[in-house]
Design a protein around this ligand. Structure first.
Ligand SMILES: [Zn+2]
Length: 175
């Protein structure tokens, strides 16, 4: 999706509520070099309340992003959803867009606002810190069984290495 699709040309828009819908996929994340996500399918419904004095945006985010499972390291599509608001005021100087998630200042000289970076930030905020495969209908995790087994073996191995060395000495005694 072309980047200019996300640019709101608010000076030319009529006052009142406007609605925009974006369907994002991996191409959206490709615009952001820092993105830890490469794939996803996300719908973003945006409302824009435009007046001469301020702009107010609402972002309704729902979809899936492809993430690595914390448990088995396999990739899977994690459902996400979130709602965020962005308040825009006008002032003498445009604020640093990296500083605030919910309120920014645009200089009186500006005429357009690019929403893409804001939408990217809201998607990142919608992804939970813990990412594991969901449980299947049998109640068991749908993790990659080979990988889970490998990780368990590695974990067990680490635990052995972490044990008190005095136990190792005891273990060497023949009883
Ligand atoms: Zn997993």
């Amino acid at each position: 999706m072309a980047k200019n699709n996300f640019v709101v040309d608010y000076k030319t828009m009529t006052a009142g509520r406007h609605e925009m819908n974006f369907h994002l996929d991996g191409g959206f994340f490709a615009q952001f070099a820092e993105s830890e996500f490469q794939n996803g399918k996300i719908d973003v419904d945006v409302t824009a309340d435009i007046s001469e004095y301020a702009l107010k945006f609402g972002f309704d985010i729902r979809g899936t992003v492809e993430v690595e499972c914390d448990r088995c390291l396999g990739l899977f599509n994690l459902p996400i959803e979130g709602y965020f608001e962005l308040n825009v005021k006008f002032g003498d100087q445009t604020s640093d867009p990296a500083e605030a998630d919910d309120e920014i200042v645009l200089s009186y000289d500006e005429t357009k606002l690019d929403l893409s970076h804001h939408i990217y930030e809201y998607i990142v905020l919608s992804v939970p810190a813990r990412r594991v495969h969901p449980n299947g209908i049998d109640g068991l995790p749908t993790c990659d069984p080979d990988m889970s087994a490998t990780l368990e073996v590695l974990e067990a191995h680490d635990n052995v290495l972490e044990t008190d060395p005095r136990w190792d000495q005891l273990r060497n005694y023949e009883f």
